[in-house]
Design a protein around this ligand. Structure first.
Ligand code: ADP
Length: 518
């Protein structure tokens, strides 16, 4: 059957070969395996369910929350002679009935349905009257509370599928799922021994870098003056920061636009158009900017601050280099920016569970910002893809600075954290090492610890940074939840026992800033 699939690829879409992963996913489905496929945006998910739907007898259902995408896909399928239709809130009552009637007569190979539309009686009718060989679930992370876009209607769907008499094959697709989310999707949708595919997350044309400890304004100035003919996006965490950066740029005579939720629809549409047609070179924006921009020649994405999680970071950074040309993604990281994100999460609408998930994600983002590992590997690892080598071009890979032996400082910090018995956060541990006279510290009697004041020669902020670095490198761990406490990770033991030394590359931030000059 895979031969037929290849023919369909050529005949229907005009492509000569499958992309990485597509062929395995399709042959898995055609061989009757439930499937969970995690492919990045633009990775070519739709073909993975469209081709099997064309080849399998009956009408396959595609569940998708994205109304505009449904229309685009259905139009495209019809153009190439595949019968397809959609059911969602954009249809009038008459159209809706018409599609339903034709669907019942088995007229479609693919029927797209929005999850909100799919109530129990309708699902029942469809599943009783139609031969449904396959249910493809797009944006499957919506079924997981651990995902970033949980939707209750997806949960119900899982129950209905489980209760179907002739249970079809289920193939779930998503662009963002950590290993935890993937497991959750599989459990929630009750996938039966699914084949799991994670592929295509690496973006070899992107050079990722994290820049720390610089004067951001100066850095930006240098950075932009070295890239005068390039188009790029600067993401900032808040509207206020967007305004500040925008002002800085326009004062310097740079053609910049701004984009955030506080501007009118018309203003935003106008700026977006200008950016698209290169009338504006640099767009300064909050994360509100992005849905639906598909500008191929974005040469850099600069993050003025860290994002709240790796998913958002990579999605935003990934808007660089859509055309496959070399592009840069720069993250300006200051530990204090974590507080901004923390504040945004705490002020957010989520319930306590949701918030602690978000805080855990924020910590991973912080680990990314401090890691010495290859940044590309860190990210693909996070999405569960294995076997991707070091990129050789990120700020970690290019960091040739001599590693400094920091075993003694590490022992001080680790033994202090060990003595605090996992009851306090990083700030308190830093205060103890500093020998602070903080009231709470004294109340808890932490000044009686033998490690009190061990690092008094350093500023408290630097000690906290050092502790965070030990977290990022996996010697310490932070608990989840609103007030994360710090404790020893298993790998701290060999260090404390003197069996392992700790080397730290002092990031050459000055060099980074300078190298952005050319
Ligand atoms: P996703 O849903 O994963 O974001 P799409 O299914 O929309 O991605 O595919 C992204 C683009 O890649 C589309 O333009 C699609 O036609 C194209 N594409 C998909 N598979 C192939 C292939 N095997 N060869 C060439 N182009 C492909």
């Amino acid at each position: 059957m895979i031969e037929q699939a290849r023919q369909a690829l050529k005949k229907v879409y005009g492509y000569d070969s499958f992309r990485k992963g597509q062929e395995d996913i399709i042959s898995g489905i055609l061989n009757g395996r439930d499937t969970l496929a995690i492919l990045p945006t633009g990775g070519g998910k739709s073909i993975c369910y469209q081709i099997p739907s064309m080849l399998l007898p009956g009408t396959s259902l595609v569940i998708s929350p994205l109304i505009s995408l449904m229309k685009d896909q259905v139009d495209a399928l019809r153009r190439v002679g595949v019968s397809a239709a959609y059911l969602n809130s954009s249809l009038g009552a008459a159209e809706y009935r018409d599609v339903m009637r034709k669907a019942m007569q088995g007229e479609y190979k693919l029927l797209y349905v929005a999850p909100e539309r799919l109530d129990a009686p309708m699902f029942q009718t469809l599943s009783e009257q139609l031969a449904i060989p396959l249910i493809a679930i797009d944006e499957a992370h919506c079924v997981s509370q651990w995902g970033h876009d949980f939707r209750p209607s997806y949960r119900q769907l899982a129950g209905w599928i489980a209760r179907m008499k002739d249970r079809p094959l289920v193939a779930a697709f998503t662009a963002t799922a950590t290993t935890e989310v993937a497991t959750d999707i599989s459990d929630m949708l009750k996938l039966r021994e699914p084949s799991i595919f994670v592929t295509g997350f690496a973006r070899p044309n992107l050079s990722l870098s994290v820049v720390t400890g610089v004067d951001k304004k100066k850095f930006l100035e240098n950075f932009l003056s070295g890239r005068k003919d390039q188009s790029g996006i600067i993401y900032a965490a808040t509207r206020k920061e967007v305004e500040n950066v925008y002002e800085q740029l326009t004062r310097r005579g740079i053609q910049a636009g701004k984009y955030h939720g506080g501007l009118s629809d018309a203003e935003r549409a106008d700026t977006q158009e200008k950016f698209r047609f290169d009338d504006i070179r640099v767009m300064v924006a909050t994360n509100a900017f992005g849905m639906g921009i598909d500008k191929p020649n974005v040469r850099f994405v600069l993050h003025w601050q860290m994002t709240s999680d790796i998913e958002s970071y990579y999605q935003e950074a990934g808007r660089a280099g859509r055309d496959g040309e070399e592009s840069e993604c720069v993250l300006l990281f200051e530990p204090a920016d974590m507080q901004v994100q923390r504040f945004l999460i705490e002020q957010g609408t989520g319930d306590t569970d949701r918030k602690s998930i978000q805080l855990a994600k924020l910590h991973t983002m912080m680990n990314f910002s401090r890691t010495q590992r290859c940044l590309q590997q860190f990210i693909v690892d996070y999405f569960g893809e294995t076997g991707v080598g070091a990129c050789g071009k990120c700020s970690s890979c290019l960091d040739k600075s001599e590693p400094v032996n920091r075993t003694e400082e590490a022992k001080m910090a680790l033994s202090c954290v060990g003595r605090m018995k996992g009851r306090f956060g990083v700030t308190m541990a830093a205060k103890v090492l500093k020998g602070s006279k903080d009231k709470r510290l004294l109340e808890f009697g932490l000044d009686r610890l033998t490690t009190y004041g061990l690092m008094r020669h350093l500023p408290e902020k630097e000690i906290a940074d050092w502790l965070y670095w030990l977290v990022a490198e996996g010697y310490l761990k932070l608990s989840e939840g609103q007030y994360p406490v710090v404790s020893l990770a298993a790998s701290a033991l060999p260090v404390l026992e003197g069996r392992e030394s700790i080397m730290q590359r002092v990031r050459a931030t000055v060099r980074q800033a300078a190298s952005a000059d050319h």
